[in-house]
Write a protein that binds this ligand. Structure first.
Ligand code: TUI
Length: 308
């Protein structure tokens, strides 16, 4: 399956792993890259020394291309952006904001730049700013999301841009990949499917929630704070959703009790205070497998459906 994305990134499959904050570290990224996709390490709001170490550990585990995701809302985004240049990272993706100010320096350093965007307007701005490709991310995704669905967003972004488009949001198997290609995408990004992988370092309770989730076990919280996030339904996320709905939780109180909640989910599996960010496709994911198997099965299924 050769597309402009495999050509751009020098990978076997046009498949990248989402740069999930607090989750995507070097073991996961290296496993996905070794499987023929492109793994990403999440910068999130990590300290610079942590990210430098993760990049170096990843280089030890794979000689294939891998990337880093820079979260624009991170207080140290400037430092992490420069670190990618210093460490000669092959690919940078960005999320939760407009990375325009970093693009010239990344391009100058030979880094492939792929912003994650939730709208056609931002996609066009990113193309004008020099992005190599975009990830068009639908609201089915886990974590911080826009409003548009993958099915509606991807073809509109494809029509609006010349650069290649990677589809994200709600893709969990080869059918989702094939569907994305029918919409005009030339690559896919998957996050949730890799939560249930052997190499993913999240707490076992988190993996169990993903594997056990049904189609209706996904909830969006925090719309009224301006940072809507998709989570797995738990006692905690239901409390947040109800507090938002009935007005018993002010936006300030919401921000207070969700502070640190990603770490509590990922590291502690804390069901009472953790935010288990996860995409809506979790209902379809029923097993934990090595990344190599996940990537191979998905791409074989997609190739069969698309008759490559
Ligand atoms: O970034 C993500 N997903 C994320 S980031 C994250 S960490 C976080 N923690 C606390 C609050 C919020 C986030 C968890 N999940 N996905 C990519 C993505 N980017 N989705 C939506 C966007 C986005 C939104 C607005 C990209 C650009 C944008 O631009 C607004 C503007 O014009 O500046």
């Amino acid at each position: 399956m050769k597309t402009r994305i495999t050509e751009l990134l020098g990978c076997e499959y046009p498949l990248i792993q989402g740069g999930m904050a607090w989750i995507a570290e070097h073991n996961l990224a290296a496993a996905v890259s070794n499987a023929g996709g492109v793994g990403l390490i999440a910068g999130g709001s990590a300290p610079i020394d942590y990210l430098r170490e993760q990049i170096r550990l990843c280089k030890e585990k794979t000689d294939k291309p891998f990337g880093v995701n820079i979260m624009m809302m991170s207080p140290n985004a400037d430092d992490l952006a420069q670190l990618c240049i210093d460490e000669k990272v092959a690919v940078v993706t960005t999320g939760a904001g407009n990375p325009g100010k970093y693009i010239p320096a990344w391009k100058e350093a030979g880094i492939k730049v792929i912003p994650v965007i939730p709208s056609v307007a931002l996609a066009k701005r990113m193309e004008r700013a020099g992005a190599d490709a975009v990830v068009a991310e639908g609201t089915e995704s886990g974590g911080h999301i826009g409003e548009n669905t993958t099915m509606c967003l991807v073809p509109q972004v494809v029509d609006a841009l010349e650069i290649p488009v990677i589809a994200a949001g709600g893709i969990g198997d080869g059918r989702g990949v094939a569907a994305s290609f029918m919409l005009g995408a030339e690559g896919v990004q998957l996050g949730t499917r890799f939560l249930a992988s052997e190499e993913c370092q999240i707490h076992p309770t988190f993996k169990e929630l993903v594997v056990k989730a049904k189609d209706t076990d996904s909830v969006v919280t925090g719309r009224y704070t301006g940072h809507p996030c998709r989570n797995i339904k738990t006692k905690f996320s239901k409390k947040l959703a109800n507090g938002e709905k009935d007005g018993s939780l002010s936006p300030d109180e919401f921000e207070q009790i969700t502070l640190g909640s990603l770490r509590k989910a990922v590291q502690d599996g804390n069901l009472d205070e953790g935010s288990f960010l996860c995409g809506a496709i979790a209902g379809m994911i029923n097993d934990i497998k090595p990344c190599a198997e996940i990537v191979k099965e998905i791409m074989e299924q997609a190739e069969k459906l698309l008759k490559y």
